[in-house]
Design a binder for this molecule. Sequence first.
Ligand code: FMN
Length: 187
Amino acid sequence: MKRLIVGITGASGTVYAVDLLKKLHEIPTVEVHLVMSTWAKKNLELETTMTLKQLQALADYTYHINDQGATIASGSFLNDGMVIVPASMKTVAGIAYGFGDNLISRAADVTIKEQRKLVIVPRETPLSVIHLENLTKLAKLGAQIIPPIPAFYNHPQTIQDLVDHQTMKVLDAFHMPTKNDRRWEGD
Ligand SMILES: Cc1cc2nc3c(=O)[nH]c(=O)nc-3n(C[C@H](O)[C@H](O)[C@H](O)COP(=O)(O)O)c2cc1C
């Protein structure tokens, strides 16, 4: 059984989190621990047709963003890593500076200190030097930065095709299987 922490923040692109949670839900050997920021909940409402209840039902455990006493806030809670999708620049900044003022930035801080896998799906454009420096710092600390940048070599036809490819990249990072993967197979 693998244990994965999923953090969702208030950057645009909640659809990526929805898709990841749906795909993780189909993998019986993965236990999902979900935490959403206040703005993530708002963006779920603004950008998708899914309700908070429906989304939370895809996770095995859900935590409140201010629950600093949650298991995932402690390094003693064994797990296989954390993904933040989408990751706002505010959360990226907080993690880069060790400012664990909520459960997402605290769990990410713990993931770094315990040298577990941290995947960040940052979403902002254009990126300022502040954003780039913070992301660079996290990459140097071992975090894997997987921005939602589409590939076109697999001829996506729908938005779901683009989202599938992004989710595939995140699942690949955790060595987890994915359906609908349309990979480059040579020319
Ligand atoms: C509709 C909407 C879209 C947003 N998109 C982004 C974005 O793509 N990237 C970003 O860094 N912030 C974005 N924001 C701003 C963040 O939600 C805001 O900085 C918030 O404080 C982030 O807090 P959190 O990281 O705790 O969720 C957006 C806000 C709204 C309402």
